[in-house]
Design a protein around this ligand. Structure first.
Ligand SMILES: Nc1ncnc2c1ncn2[C@@H]1O[C@H](COP(=O)(O)OP(=O)(O)OP(=O)(O)O)[C@@H](O)[C@H]1O
Length: 312
């Protein structure tokens, strides 16, 4: 278990992380989200013991990181932002080097290297120089080094940043696979990542926690959650839709002839809308169920807090 209590880090007068508290249990895959400069990497570095905190407390399985840094680091695998490695080394040399640095006994190193090479599928590039690998493979090498000592906790800072869609997909599948019996924290500013791989979302902005709940709860904050958009092939009278039970509002974009129908909170309006379309023989080309627009929710959650003077 990870327990973070009132974690704070100042750089000069700037509070990069401000009084952050949360608790993460085994089996949780946490998306740690925030805009650029929100304090994600600074938090990750403090949780992994790579950066001293200004104040607060981090403990892992009851061990205070300030007092037991070495023991805590043995429990944690960390992929820093940008997945730094030694570019002149081959993948094998790098993993061997990390196994040494992690003080894995010589007799167990081959086993540890083979295990992560298989897990992360690095067999085909084992003897290639890291510098010459694609970004996707470089990232996988970074994940392999984080896993080499078989940690219970995996902290990945922007693991899919800069990857193409196929590579992103591969890394996400890998994270899902790894998450089974670990705690995984994935720092990202990519919203789709959260719904793809995480079962919990923590959002920070200006170093402070702004949201901590499930990805579904995040989607439910969107006005578009469970809304339905229909595309009309030509103009038709749709005024009766607003009278339907459970419908809160509608938006008609006359340029594209798309109508978005918003439900009252918690209502499922699929059946009533479909029935209305049929009984009124509306010229509908397509029907799109909406999941919720996370971009809007993210903007709302992370927008700067207004001061009392600004509110007045
Ligand atoms: N070593 C440092 N010295 C001074 N300021 C720093 C240092 N490291 C981070 N900061 C500042 O602290 C704030 C938080 O930075 P951090 O890198 O943690 O943000 P982030 O959420 O990871 O951003 P990004 O998504 O851009 O990586 C930023 O304003 C950053 O400029």
């Amino acid at each position: 278990m990870i327990l973070v209590e009132n974690l704070t880090r100042n750089f000069g007068h700037h509070k990069a992380v401000n009084n952050l508290s949360f608790e993460i249990k085994l089996g949780e895959v946490v998306g740690f989200l925030g805009p650029n400069g929100a304090g994600k990497s600074t938090t990750m570095k403090m949780i992994t013991g790579f950066l001293p905190m200004t104040s607060g407390k981090v403990s892992i399985d009851g061990l205070d990181i300030g007092k037991n840094a070495l023991q805590v680091k043995q429990k944690v695998g960390y992929l820093p932002e940008g997945a730094p490695a030694y570019p002149d080394m081959t993948v094998y040399q790098f993993l061997r080097f990390i196994a040494e640095a992690r003080k894995i006994p010589s007799k167990e190193q081959d086993l540890a290297i083979n295990r992560v090479v298989e897990k992360v599928a690095l067999e085909t590039v084992l003897n290639r120089q890291i510098d010459n690998l694609s970004k996707g493979f470089k990232r996988r090498v970074g994940i392999a080094q984080a896993l080499i000592h078989d940690p219970d906790i995996l902290i990945l800072d922007e693991p899919t940043d800069g990857l193409d869609p196929n590579q992103k997909h591969q890394v996400r599948c890998l994270i899902e696979d790894l998450a089974e019996n670990k705690i995984v924290i994935v720092s990202t500013h990519i919203l789709e990542e959260v719904t793809a791989v995480c079962n919990r979302v923590i959002i920070i902005a200006d170093g402070e926690k702004r949201f901590d709940d499930s990805p579904l709860a995040l989607q439910q904050r969107s006005k578009y959650h469970n809304a339905i958009t229909i595309k009309l092939s030509y103009m038709a009278d749709i005024s009766g839709i607003l009278e339907l039970s459970g419908v809160a509002d509608l938006k008609h974009d006359k340029g594209t002839n798309r109508v978005t129908i918003f439900p009252e909170t918690g209502q499922d309006i699929t059946a009533v809308v479909q029935q209305y379309i049929q009984s009124n023989q509306l010229p509908v080309d397509m029907v799109f169920p909406e999941q919720g627009r996370l971009d809007d929710v993210f903007r709302e959650i992370t927008s700067p807090k207004l001061t009392t003077e600004e509110v007045v």
